[in-house]
Write a protein that binds this ligand. Structure first.
Ligand code: APR
Length: 254
């Protein structure tokens, strides 16, 4: 049995599988991750560009990075990794995707139960008057974009130094506590509290499967299986193995 078949078997045996995804699952959609060699934080210091206090003190500077992200996100399309997770939900196996990504690619791939742990890119809001505006109604010809009240608009991303949206936090924690299988796809598992989720699942008796070309902090003490490949390759192969397993069982039951 190869790792694809092992993962397929675990999925078929599971009663409540959830996924935790990070920037790695969107790399094959053309969006760089944060901490790989050519990641976003190699170009922009996260404490200067990813922190809420930096945004408040110099929105124009942070919007330089946000504009670059916005261009990448607007062009990105779901890749086979996103599609495979949506198929697992449609097959009734995957109950939710908790994502750290803000690119809306899980929803574009067809996933419905998506818990956005770090916010999303579909609206912007005003720090002062809290007004929310759909992204397509905001023009970024001048940065920072301003609210009608005159204050800078900001994306609905969770910056460093900000709280995780309460509902997303509660839903994600509940998923981690109730699941019997957690797929951890494309995350370095270095940013809390998202990084607590696989450990919480494991402590509660769930199996943890990691899909990541690299070894992470989870690989040594939390993951029961590690597919060390890009998600866009590994997940479709697991879907094919799942189909083959079902066909084999149908044949046996005749
Ligand atoms: N398939 C699967 N995994 C991949 C792929 C791929 N094609 N390409 C890269 N990876 C892996 C990398 O090996 C790395 O372990 O994805 C992981 C991406 O890690 P990070 O860049 O740290 O991104 P992430 O874990 O999502 O960061 C968490 O940090 O900066 C904050 O808010 C930001 O949500 C982000 C959070």
């Amino acid at each position: 049995m190869n790792d694809y078949e092992r993962m397929a078997e675990m999925l078929l045996q599971s009663h409540y599988a959830v996924a935790l995804t990070g920037a790695g699952i969107s790399v094959e959609s053309g969006i760089p991750d944060f901490r790989s060699e050519n990641g976003l934080w190699a170009k922009y210091d996260p404490m200067e560009y990813g922190d809420i206090e930096s945004f408040r003190s110099n929105p124009a500077k942070v919007w330089k990075m946000l504009l670059e992200m916005d261009t990448l996100l607007s062009r990105a399309l779901p890749n086979p990794g996103h599609v495979a997770l949506a198929q697992l939900e449609q097959q009734g196996i995957l109950k939710a995707v908790v994502t750290q990504n803000v690119d809306s690619l899980h929803q574009k791939a067809g996933s419905v139960q998506v818990i956005e742990f770090h916010g999303h890119n579909r609206t912007l809001r005003c720090e002062e008057c809290r007004r929310r505006i759909a992204r397509e109604n905001v023009f970024l010809d001048k940065i920072p974009p301003l609210c009608s009240c005159g204050s800078p608009l900001r994306p609905e991303f969770v910056f460093f130094g900000e709280e995780i949206p309460l509902e997303a936090y509660q839903q994600a924690m509940a998923a981690a506590q109730h699941c019997d299988l957690m797929l951890v796809v494309g995350t370095s598992a270095t940013v809390a509290p998202a990084s607590y989720l696989p450990r919480t699942a494991k402590r509660r008796g769930a199996a943890v499967v990691e899909v990541n070309p690299k070894v992470t902090q989870l690989s040594h003490d939390t993951s029961d299986l590690h597919l060390a490949e890009p998600a866009g390759k590994a997940l479709p192969a697991v879907m094919a193995a799942l189909e083959a397993l079902r066909a084999e069982r149908r044949k046996k039951s005749k």
